[in-house]
Design a protein around this ligand. Structure first.
Ligand code: PLP
Length: 361
């Protein structure tokens, strides 16, 4: 029996995707082998890769100034690869700090170059985002760095700063393809696949192709965007199984009606949950209403009673509701409600929370 899976990542996948994997596992498209057993240079795999790229372009309208890379090392390796490849001497990065994941990215950036902290949510405990209009950007920055959805604090940017000629770099690990997004406005976007795109082990990078000219050729080949770009992500063996599943997820998005349709569903799901939390005195959402994430709903029992929250998580588990413990750094509760999480799981969570409040209120 499949449970209601609110895991923050690796996260729930569409059931139809899992069923297709199961169906194709022993024999991928009449090749007589599984996708895992196939050369990454075979006609079948290279064809699949092109199919997946074309599908992403169709879903997002990505212009041919940009290209896609399928890399390894997770979003965390991008914290290093971005400054290693894009940092320009004496041009500090304009950095926007909104939580744990930007903190980790900043620590890696500091090993490579300088930055200006142009906006930070630290004084608000990261429960509120800086206002886009108030951010003063430096026209001479190497790039502007930000995280589009703060998985741990439950905040999500609704708009992005206009960085003019300075490339905008965004960590979109936890909200990529959750709504229509104009990737042409970004110099580089990266996302570990395990939240909204597929299994762990593959990292999607969307890069404006001209930016690879910045890279010092002395950098290890595996760490150069240009090397991966020049070889169409086949410089070495890519994570073939993860790429295949990512392709099935893109197909699933297409079958849902594309990104506009997904956005509507995501808004409906999130509103249902936040409305319940706001209206029920037993629960509280600490995140500023304007900045709440459609992907990660962070909340608490209003009394902030940690023992009660622990009991709630344990009873939820027994009721087939998994993964609602808050991140260890912030505590409380969190329901990750990514693209693949079905509305009926939101209904089940609300029903459970309601009953728990009745018993313990
Ligand atoms: C999960 C997550 C990461 C870390 O991803 P890894 O693939 O484990 O390195 C980075 N940034 C954000 C926003 C995340 O949600």
């Amino acid at each position: 029996m499949r449970i209601h899976n609110f895991s923050a990542g690796p996260a729930t996948l569409p059931l139809s995707v899992l069923e297709t994997i199961q169906k194709e596992l022993l024999d991928f498209r009449n090749t007589g082998m599984s996708i895992m057993e196939m050369s990454h240079r075979s006609k079948d795999f290279v064809g699949l890769l092109e199919e997946i790229k074309a599908r992403f372009v169709k879903l997002t309208g990505l212009p041919d100034t940009h290209d896609l890379l399928f890399l390894q090392g997770g979003a965390s390796l991008q914290f290093s690869m971005v400054p290693m490849n894009l940092y320009l001497e004496n041009k500090p990065v304009d950095f926007i700090h909104t939580g744990v994941w930007t903190k980790k990215a900043l620590a890696e950036l500091k090993k490579i170059g300088a930055h200006n902290m142009v906006a930070t949510g630290e004084n608000e405990g990261f429960l509120k985002l800086p206002r886009v209009d108030n951010i003063q950007l430096n026209p001479d920055a190497s790039y502007v760095y930000m995280c589009s959805n703060n998985t741990i604090y439950g905040t999500q940017w609704q708009t992005f700063p206009d960085t003019k000629d300075v490339p905008l770099v965004a960590d979109m690990s936890s909200d990529i393809l959750s709504k229509p997004m104009d990737f042409s406005k970004f110099g580089l976007v990266f996302a570990g696949a395990q939240k909204n795109l597929g299994p762990s082990g593959v990292t999607l990078v969307v890069i404006r192709k001209d930016l690879v000219e910045r890279t010092n050729p002395a950098l290890p080949s595996m760490l150069q965007y240009g090397v991966h770009l020049g070889e169409n992500s086949l410089y070495n063996t890519p994570p073939t199984f993860g790429i295949y599943v990512l392709g099935l997820v893109l197909k699933w998005i297409e079958d849902q009606g594309g990104l506009e349709a997904l956005e509507k569903t995501n808004q409906k799901k999130a509103k249902k949950l936040y409305d319940f939390i706001d209206e029920h005195p037993f629960y509280t959402c600490p995140v500023d209403a304007a900045d709440r994430s459609l992907m990660n709903a962070v909340f608490r029992v209003t009394s902030k009673d940690e023992a009660l929250e622990k009991q709630l998580v344990s009873e939820a588990d027994k009721a087939g509701i998994s993964g609602i413990k808050g991140h260890r750094l912030v505590g409380g509760l969190r329901a990750s409600i990514y693209n693949a999480l079905e509305e009926r799981s939101i209904d089940a969570l609300i029903q459970f929370l309601n009953e728990f409040a009745k018993k313990n209120g």
